[in-house]
Design a protein around this ligand. Structure first.
Ligand code: PLP
Length: 428
């Protein structure tokens, strides 16, 4: 039998760090990453045959569990027609109609191939539309790896200690203003000074790339107000939160409407898909209607659209998101009870179908400074013990966890039993 360690060694020969995305690398965790063979429902199965209850869900898309038969069936049905035509297809219109129906602030939408493309294109659109260069983002928010956005970013950039990447020209980075998350006064002060030069604010409406940090009441509302006042574009990056925090995303959950929304992950059902859309008056500036250029050879790929539509349709089942949030609540309460019983400083935070575990004595974590002040060593030991007990959490303290509707009560119980054992090791 080939082990993960052997496969990792081989992978490192020709793939930088042995991985095609840095957060998969388990860097800093003192062990090689686990190579997976297959996945089904709530479970991942590694190359050595071990089963894990999975809370990564391919980093978000697998909201109904892995290898969902309806999603696979939709792809299978179209497969023999061919993989890609480079022409318009009717299924792209079906996808656009569905997105606009589910997220009412989106009046027009363009499909792309990743979340990174979605945010990059939305930023260009906001700049072209306003004729301004400056953009405002928040410390620890991650919006993919395009140049303007890799400044004080979260996710893998943060995990690997490079929130602001070398290779981003200083002349470009200087147009990106970074403010603390959940700090409305900082936003007001910034706009007081440079508001009339700001093309857009881009924000994760629930931050999921520095663990899980929901917006404090009034934060998103302040963003809306200053953008209105200064005619800047408000962009919600709902790549992670879209269709997860609620059917209509975080904007539906918190009742604040952006001008543009970026989507990814769930919208592709596990295929490489992203989308950006919003107010018609802004979207009409995109090529070929308007002068702002954006394109993609495989954008709107029919198989990817089939997977995404099949998944989105499943989320319409009555009570889907309430039941998902209930599962998250059960998990978080159970973890808290066990941590308290073991005398471990730990809290959880959650929003709909996503959650985070913080090793801290604080009662809340609201921003990057507080997230990075948590106990990294406790996280590493917790992660290792959970993995040992067959629970696959994100291999970084700066990533949110994702629940799926395939997680049954016994899976959550297994997780809580594993956590009890893991907490016991933290005192050793
Ligand atoms: N925006 C957010 C909020 C994300 O979480 C991510 C990825 O995790 C991205 C953008 C980038 O998406 P992708 O990895 O598909 O390029």
């Amino acid at each position: 039998m080939t082990t993960s360690a052997q496969l990792f060694e081989k992978a490192c020969r020709h793939i930088p760090g042995g991985v095609n995305s840095p957060v998969r690398a388990f860097k800093g965790l003192e062990r090689p990453p686990v190579f997976m063979e297959r996945a089904q429902g709530a479970y991942l199965f590694d190359v050595e045959g071990k089963r894990y209850v999975d809370y990564v869900g391919s980093w978000g898309p697998m909201i109904t569990g892995h290898a969902d038969p309806e999603v696979l069936g939709a792809v299978r049905e179209r497969l023999d027609n061919g993989l890609s035509f480079g022409t318009p297809t009717a299924i792209e219109t079906s996808m656009a109609d569905l997105i606009c129906e589910m997220i009412p602030s989106i009046e027009m939408v363009r499909m792309v191939n990743s979340g990174t493309e979605a945010t990059m294109s939305a930023i260009r659109l906001a700049r072209g539309y306003t004729g301004r260069d400056k953009i405002v983002k928040f410390e620890g928010n991650y919006h993919g790896h395009s140049d303007s956005l890799l400044v004080k970013a979260g996710s893998g950039a943060l995990t690997h200690g490079e929130p602001s990447s070398p290779g981003v020209p200083a002349a470009l980075a200087e147009h990106t203003v970074t403010l603390p998350y959940n700090d409305p006064e900082a936003v007001e002060a910034c706009f007081e000074e440079i508001g009339d030069r700001v093309a857009c604010i881009i924000v994760e409406p629930v931050a999921g790339n520095m663990n899980c940090i929901p917006p404090q009441p009034g934060f998103l509302e302040t963003l809306r107000r200053v953008c209105d006042r200064h005619e800047s574009v408000l962009i919600f990056d709902e790549v992670m939160t879209g269709f997860r925090v609620a059917m209509g995303g975080a904007q539906a959950h918190y009742g604040v409407q952006p001008d543009l929304t970026c989507l990814g992950k769930i919208v592709g059902g596990g295929m490489p898909v992203g989308a950006f859309g919003g107010r018609r008056g802004i979207m009409e500036n995109i090529s070929p209607l308007g002068p702002i250029y954006q394109a993609g050879t495989l954008a709107g790929n029919p198989l990817a659209m089939a997977a995404g539509i099949a998944l989105l349709e499943k989320l319409r089942a009555p009570g889907f998101h309430d039941a998902l949030a209930q599962r998250v609540e059960t998990l978080c309460h159970g973890l808290q009870e066990r941590a308290d019983a073991a005398g471990i400083d730990m809290i959880t935070q959650r929003a709909g179908g996503m959650f985070g575990v913080f090793f801290t004595g604080q009662s809340r974590v609201d921003n990057f400074a507080q997230a990075t002040a948590c106990n990294g060593d406790a996280f590493r030991r917790f992660f290792a013990a959970m993995l040992e007990h067959g629970v696959y959490m994100a291999p970084s303290a700066f990533e949110a966890g994702f629940m799926s509707s395939a997680h049954a009560p016994e899976d959550i119980q297994l997780t809580l039993d594993a956590a009890e054992a893991a907490f016991a090791t933290l005192h050793e």
